[in-house]
Design a protein around this ligand. Sequence first.
Ligand code: ZN
Length: 152
Amino acid sequence: MTKSLSVAGEVDSYCTKCRMDLNHRIVSMKGTKPHQVMCLTCNTQHLFRAPGGAATAKTPRAAGTRASRPPSAAQAKLEQARADRELTWQKAIAGRAMGDFTPYKMSGIFEEGQLVNHKKFGDGIVVRIVDANKLEVLFQDESRTLAHSQAS
Ligand SMILES: [Zn+2]
């Protein structure tokens, strides 16, 4: 028993905008098959495309097409690390009050997990005390090693 499809019903279709299989609302039918569908995620209306790439059997792997070169594994790893770092940063910073951030000063003494505000780099969190005079602070773009406990 397959559930019968009809206009205003829902169907899985490949969304040409979201570029993935998503739930769509059927806008019009062609015989027993959906013709036009609307993506419930991005609200874009487009022609029905069977999910799973079944309808798009041709996946050109051969040369000749101006295929965008896939990023190298190393590059992908770097990207992933960057994304992870930013997520960690966002989690640490999210919902914090201004008062939770200690203005960064070279003469200050910091500890792991402390929130700091750097004049130039912005908000960050101390992720590691490197040694008595150095600490690693995670900022939005990257983590930096800063000095602390420096007599000024
Ligand atoms: Zn979509």
